[in-house]
Write a protein that binds this ligand. Structure first.
Ligand code: DAT
Length: 174
């Protein structure tokens, strides 16, 4: 069965602006903001807490099971710092948000990240880890890289994705 609403992944290093973008997009498009962090926690799709990295150790099979019905129904804006685990058939667009390292440093310091975690995330952003993961996992036409340093950039990103959703709906109307 084909979806009547698209599924979008908004991904990137922690602090790039995923949650902020997803909330604005959900408001503008009527699609649902699906926070994978919340699902991992609420539906216990994990094998415990990793003290060193300060995050859940995700059980990907459980997570995919927990998300399958919602993804198949369509209309999800999936908010997560990884994208390679989702089957390509679930996804219509992958947005990778990017940010300059000094801006990222300020945002993660404001979150009081421990130094090692902060540095690891900045290195990951500089090395484009998430962009590469997206390009390796999805058709290149599905992946868009957008800058997220300023509110102007955020506004223009949200406009652009909203336009994409409008077009998708036209193209997929019955
Ligand atoms: P993420 O969900 O990727 O961890 P977030 O949405 O929580 O990121 O944003 C982290 C902080 O940075 C938050 O205080 C909002 C701010 N921010 C995000 N994107 C921004 C942008 N493009 N311009 C200005 N501030 C931004």
């Amino acid at each position: 069965m084909s979806r009547t609403q698209p599924n979008i992944i908004v991904t990137g290093t922690p602090g790039v602006g995923k949650t902020t973008h997803c909330e604005m997009l959900a408001e503008r498009t009527g699609l649902r903001h699906v926070s994978v962090n919340h699902i991992v926690k609420d539906k216990e799709c994990h094998e415990g807490w990793d003290d060193e990295f300060g995050c859940w150790i995700v059980d990907e099979d459980k997570l995919l099971d927990a998300m399958e019905d919602e993804a198949k129904a369509g209309g999800c804006i999936i908010d997560w710092h990884a994208c390679d685990l989702f089957p390509e058939s679930w996804i219509d667009l992958v947005v990778v948000l990017r940010v300059d390292s000094s801006t990222l440093y300020d945002r993660l310091s404001a979150r009081k990240y421990p130094e090692a975690k902060l540095q690891e995330n900045i290195d990951s952003e500089i090395m484009q880890v998430l962009l590469q993961e997206a390009r390796d996992s999805y058709d290149e036409e599905m992946v868009v890289e957008l800058q997220s340093n300023t509110s102007d950039e955020m506004d223009s990103n949200v406009d652009r994705i909203e336009q994409w959703v409008t077009q998708w709906r036209k193209d997929n109307a019955e």
